[in-house]
Design a protein around this ligand. Structure first.
Ligand code: ZN
Length: 438
């Protein structure tokens, strides 16, 4: 039996990773999505963040801020030379207050399953998205040190058999089973759920591969199941259901390696076997875009350099970057910050559609078809204003006024959801979309 609680309303936020506005035509033909949509306030033109990747995007959703203001400017931490850098898994990477903290302060019981950047977040029932990334770690220890132990053990015992690494649809089948169980047993009042079936399948097979329709159909079944669990456990008059995407993807065929050019120009120094010794500049990829950062030593030197000396350093960098083919744009630091990306970079590269970046430096570029390792036939990270690249937002139930909003930004979602919960988020870039509120 659930104890009497301070708050009598509930909100479930379901993020369908890499589901874009372009998927709505098909989603609208599927029964559970269709039913939710008919009761919703929604926006079919939601502009994502820059870089348009999962961790910055999900952090913008829960803080109402652009990446440069919330601090999660990439999925990856900057760890030059590491083949598999750590991701920004933990909450301490986020500057400022999140939706789940504001809700918990008011008395909401919070939960999240695989929502990005929730390691050590204090969310009551939480399975953080994190994986073992060092030889001395295993999945159980990293999960246990980053989220509540007993809850995660309980879910693993019951549903662990559904998981097969990060393979889909197994992973989302686990998330769904765990979410259904959590609603029925703990009835959380703010529940963040992150499903990545479409994202994974787009990376593997391409933007509009037949596997995508199948993944959308599975999402529709999961949505139906979650709605049913909610209906069977609580007051639907007091329940808000939110379904949203974080970014879309585009098809890709070639990987570019900016660090190859930086190394060739002597701006990265490496040992004969390819280990980075030190560097003046380094590229840090976000797939469709790529940050260029200055090394610590050069950064320090630049603070005491004359304008001419600085200009000479930047000229050498520009000359090097201009040799990289298939760049759509090189954004200055100022321009990158104005787009919402990391203002601490030196500059930022945006690839032409079809090309994306990785951190390697052994070769200048590689066709995806020829790749041995992690090949992606579609990806994200590009400018959020690309055509057919928008995502969507819809919510129904308690506190929601039905109707359509012509345009929204991802960072408008946090303040809008906070308003439904009767809480507020400080210093947001986004605004409350009043037209969606009752
Ligand atoms: Zn994503």
């Amino acid at each position: 039996m659930v104890k009497r609680r301070k708050i009598d309303q509930r909100m479930v936020v379901i993020s369908l990773d890499a589901v874009g506005a372009r998927d709505l035509a098909y989603l609208k033909t599927l029964p559970n999505f269709q039913k939710l949509r008919a009761q919703s306030g929604y926006c079919d033109h939601v502009e994502s963040v820059y870089p348009s990747i999962t961790y910055p995007a999900h952090t913008s959703i829960v803080t109402g801020k652009k990446p440069l203001h919330h601090g999660v400017v990439n999925n990856l931490q900057l760890q030059p030379g590491r083949k598999s850098p750590d991701w920004m898994w933990q909450k301490h990477f986020i500057h400022g207050k999140t939706l789940y903290e504001a809700a918990a302060e008011k008395g909401y019981v919070t939960a999240s399953i695989l929502w990005p950047v929730t390691g050590k977040s204090g969310i009551r029932y939480c399975v953080p998205e994190i994986f073992a990334n060092h030889w001395w770690q295993n999945q159980v220890t990293v999960s246990a040190t980053n989220g509540p132990v007993l809850y995660q053990i309980e879910l693993l015992k019951k549903f662990g058999h559904l998981i097969d690494g990060i393979k889909q649809p197994q992973l989302d089948n686990f998330v769904y089973a765990a979410a259904d169980y959590t609603i029925r047993k703990y009835d959380p009042q703010l529940f963040l759920i992150h499903l990545t079936d479409v994202d994974t399948n787009r990376h593997l097979y391409g933007l509009d591969a037949p596997q995508i329709k199948e993944a959308l159909e599975r999402h529709d079944e999961r949505l139906g199941g979650i709605c049913q669990a909610l209906a069977e456990t609580g007051d639907m008059e007091k329940t808000t259901i939110v379904v949203l995407g974080d970014h879309c993807q585009i098809d890709t065929h070639t990987v570019l390696y900016p660090n190859y050019y930086l190394k060739k120009a002597g701006l990265i120094r490496a040992t004969a076997d390819g280990k980075i010794k030190d560097y003046d500049f380094i590229a840090q990829h976000c797939d469709g875009s790529c940050y260029i950062y200055a090394g610590k030593k050069l950064k320090k030197q630049m603070t005491i350099m004359s304008t001419e000396e600085k200009e000479a350093v930047m000229k050498q960098l520009r000359g090097c970057l201009q040799k990289i083919p298939h760049l759509h744009e090189i954004f200055s630091r100022k321009h990158a910050a104005a787009l919402g990306a990391d203002g601490d970079c030196i500059c930022m590269l945006e690839a032409e559609p079809g090309y994306y970046f990785q951190n390697g430096m052994e070769k200048p570029q590689e066709e995806v078809d020829q790749m041995q390792g992690e090949r992606m036939l579609a990806t994200h990270g590009y400018l959020p204003t690309l055509p057919e690249y928008e995502t969507f937002f819809m919510m129904s139930g308690y506190g929601v006024k039905q109707g359509e909003i012509p345009k929204m930004y991802l960072w408008d979602e946090g303040p809008t959801l906070a308003s439904v919960l009767g809480v507020s988020l400080p210093d947001t870039d986004g605004k409350i979309i009043e037209q969606l509120l009752k």
